[in-house]
Structure formats: structure tokens, C-alpha cells
Write a protein that binds this ligand. Structure first.
Ligand SMILES: Cc1c2[nH]c(c1CCC(=O)O)Cc1[nH]c(c(CCC(=O)O)c1C)Cc1[nH]c(c(CCC(=O)O)c1C)Cc1[nH]c(c(CCC(=O)O)c1C)C2
Length: 376
């Protein structure tokens, strides 16, 4: 039995542990599978974030990763946006950098600077510092507990999404030591140390697979894999250093879930990877998330109805007056169509955005899509 909480998952049962409140709004899950819906579901990346005064209040004076380690705090932050807006999904509050931490790296959140690794990986020898076999139940059990608690507290209102960073994005943080414009330290590895790069990407893939499976066992009803730094790679590097690992993650997670009779939709969000849209639509994920640099109609054409699509309004459109947001949403819905589509932003909400405009975005998606579906 690989996970201590595994006995709670009954083989053959689709919804996971039995004692969770029944799901009342499964629109997001149906859209992910391309099934019929009454309105287009909508959620926002970074919907739990600093643009909400209640989020800033809860986070005030507390260390970021300590907050991530508190299931109660993560649950509260996940639920906050749902109290304000009729989102069709929630995403568990956590961070992609908990995985490098679980592998033994120190990561701190420095105010005004963002995530910082005091001792980043510099040369291939540094891989020896990393934990190869990670006991995810021990190192990341706090995330699993946050998911289980949130599944209870969310009362079946909407599905709960679990997530992980993808191997290349995590590798780039581990080598850069934080955010970067050029990612030149991490890219140097790809060109100077391709073998060590693959070794690190493989190590990360193994941990991510276990981590995502643990999230589903804990109660996650969908999974999103964030390849936020895809755009810094060109098509050839993406094909060699990102895509095979993204595919491997989805295949291995799905194979394991199938054995347990579970079916959990997976979303891949490779930011700025418009050059790889065709490949991404054939990479074992039900949903491909899009940033705003891709035109909805051409995304549909290029993915050929093989997958559902998610996205992709420019987050900065939320600075526009509400009527303009409504027009932009309408055009976006007309471009994607209402079937096999999950409305979202093309990236996360920024801290200086007004909650009211997020509300206008959500309302516009629901209103316009209901009308469009009625007319079909
Ligand atoms: C709200 C927040 C988070 N992380 C960080 C913040 C801001 C700091 C704070 O509020 O104290 C630091 C935080 N964490 C990270 C950054 C980016 C730093 C950089 O690259 O410059 C910051 C400021 C790293 C990170 N972290 C994440 C990504 C992938 C998504 C993306 O591309 O934005 C990345 C790249 C994932 C993430 N991170 C978070 C979520 C929560 C759920 C939600 O979306 O509502 C998620 C999904 C939460």
C-alpha cells in the first residue's frame, strides 16, 4: 500500500473517499471531458491571491511557506474567493516550489523579491544534494491534509483542483535560485549538461507523479500541471526537455488512477508554448490551458477537437471598465465555442486588480454562455 490514507479510496469509486459531501456543481468536470453543459464554467488562476483584502489580512505578518504548511490556512485561503464569486472550481492554495523543498532544497519567500533559493544548483555534482526517493506522504503530507480538509469544508459546492509545477519550470527555479528574465543559468545546463539535465528532469517527474497521485487520494478532483516557463524554451528544446516529461506525468498518473477505477481530468498549462499546441493536444491531458497570445479560433483549429481548452483572457483586460470586459468575454466565447471549454485568464490575477472586475468577468462568462447555449 503506497499511501497511508489509501484505504479510504474505494477501488471502482469515481468520486474518491466516500465521506466527502456530494458534488453539487460538476460543470467544470463535464466541460473538461467535453460533455454537455448549461453554462461555460469559469475559474481564475491565482483566484486566491493578494487582490482580495481578506487574503492580505489572513497572510499579514506570516511566512509564506509556513502558511502553505498549515492545512487550516490553505483551506481558508482556497475558500475565500468562492465566498465572493460563483466560480465553478477552486484550486488548492499552495505553491509549485514545495516540491524542490521536499527534495531537500531550502526555499524562502523574500518580500518584494519572490521565491529565493539560498543555495541553488550550480553544477551537475549538486544533484547529489537532492533527495532521490521522496516520501511524499511525509514531506508533502501537509498539502494532502489541506486538500482533504478543503474537500470537507467546500461542502460539494464546486470541484477542487490539485496542481504541481512541471519538471522544466521547477528545474529552472532550482538552478536560477528564483525568478529570472533570461533563465540563462538554467538554459546553460540544457546546452552544457544535457545528460545531467535529463537526470534532474527525470527525478522531478518521479516525485511529481507520486505527489499528484497523493493529491487525488487526498481528494483532488482535477489536476493542473504548470509549465510556466515553457516560453523561454524554443520548439526544439521544448520537445526535448519539457514535452516528454509532461507526457510521462499524465500517462503514469492516469495508469495508476485507472487501476484504482478513478478518472480525474488533467490540465496542462504551458505558458507561451503556442509553438507546441499540436503536440500539447496529443500529450494525454484532457484539457490544454492557453495564455492570451493564442487566438481562440486558431487554437480550436490547431487542436482539432482532440481536447478541451482553458483560458485565455489577457489578465490586464480586468483593468478595463466592466462593459468592455463583458464584450471581450463575449468575443472569447464566440471564438472557443461553448463545448469543451473552460473560461479562465491567460495567466494569474495580479495583486492590484479590483475584486469587482473579477466578479464582472465571472458573470459575463455565465450570462453570455447561457444565452449562446440556448440558441444552439
Ligand atoms: C498567492 C501566491 C501563491 N504563490 C505566491 C503568491 C504570492 C505571495 C503571497 O501571497 O504572499 C508566491 C509566488 N510563487 C511563485 C511566484 C512567481 C515568482 C517568479 O517567477 O518571479 C510567486 C510570486 C512561483 C509559482 N507558483 C505557482 C506558479 C505557477 C503559476 C504561474 O505561472 O503563476 C509559479 C511560477 C503556482 C501557485 N502559487 C500559488 C497558487 C495558489 C492557488 C491560486 O492560483 O489561487 C498557485 C497555483 C500561491
Amino acid at each position: 500500500m503506497p499511501f497511508s490514507w489509501m484505504p479510504r479510496v474505494i477501488a471502482g469509486e469515481r468520486e474518491g473517499p466516500k465521506d466527502f459531501p456530494q458534488l453539487k456543481n460538476d460543470t467544470f468536470l463535464r466541460a473538461a471531458r467535453g460533455e454537455e453543459i448549461e453554462h461555460v464554467p469559469v475559474w481564475c488562476m491565482r483566484q486566491a491571491g493578494r487582490y482580495l483584502p481578506e487574503f492580505r489580512e489572513s497572510r499579514a505578518g506570516k511566512d509564506f511557506f509556513e502558511t502553505c504548511q498549515s492545512p487550516e490556512a490553505c483551506c481558508e485561503l482556497t475558500l475565500q474567493p468562492l465566498r465572493r464569486f460563483p466560480f465553478d472550481a477552486a484550486i488548492i492554495f499552495s505553491d509549485i516550489l514545495v516540491v524542490p523543498q521536499a527534495m531537500g532544497m531550502d526555499v524562502q519567500m523574500v518580500a518584494g523579491k519572490g521565491p529565493t533559493f539560498p543555495e541553488p544548483l550550480k553544477e551537475p555534482e549538486d544533484l547529489q544534494r537532492l533527495q532521490v526517493k521522496v516520501d511524499t506522504a511525509k514531506e508533502l503530507g501537509y498539502v494532502f491534509r489541506a486538500i482533504t480538509l478543503t474537500r470537507h469544508k467546500i461542502e460539494g459546492k464546486v470541484p477542487l483542483i490539485g496542481f504541481s509545477g512541471a519538471p522544466w519550470t521547477l528545474m529552472s527555479y532550482m538552478i536560477e535560485g528564483g525568478g529570472s528574465n533570461t533563465h540563462s543559468k538554467a538554459k546553460r545546463w540544457l546546452y552544457q549538461h544535457p545528460e545531467a539535465s535529463h537526470m534532474l528532469l527525470k527525478m522531478l517527474t518521479d516525485v511529481i507523479v507520486e505527489y499528484l497521485l497523493g493529491q487525488v487520494a487526498a481528494g483532488a478532483q482535477a489536476l493542473q500541471v504548470f509549465e510556466s516557463h515553457a516560453g523561454i524554451l524554443g520548439p526544439a528544446e521544448f520537445k526535448e526537455f519539457s514535452l516528454p516529461y509532461l507526457r510521462d506525468i499524465a500517462r503514469r498518473v492516469k495508469d495508476k488512477l485507472k487501476e484504482a477505477g478513478q478518472d480525474v481530468p488533467m490540465i496542462v498549462f504551458a505558458k507561451d508554448a503556442h509553438y507546441a499546441l499540436e503536440e500539447l493536444s496529443q500529450s494525454n491531458y484532457e484539457v490544454v490551458g492557453l495564455d492570451w497570445t493564442i487566438d481562440p479560433l486558431s487554437a480550436r483549429e490547431r487542436t482539432g477537437g482532440k481536447v478541451s481548452l482553458q483560458g485565455n483572457m489577457d489578465p490586464c483586460a480586468l483593468y478595463a471598465p466592466k462593459e468592455r470586459i463583458s464584450d471581450i468575454v463575449k468575443k472569447m466565447l464566440e471564438g472557443f465555442g461553448t463545448r469543451g471549454y473552460i473560461a479562465n485568464l491567460g495567466h494569474g490575477v495580479y495583486p492590484d486588480m479590483t475584486p469587482e472586475n473579477i466578479g464582472a468577468f465571472v458573470e459575463a462568462v455565465h450570462q453570455h454562455s447561457k444565452q449562446m447555449i440556448k440558441q444552439i
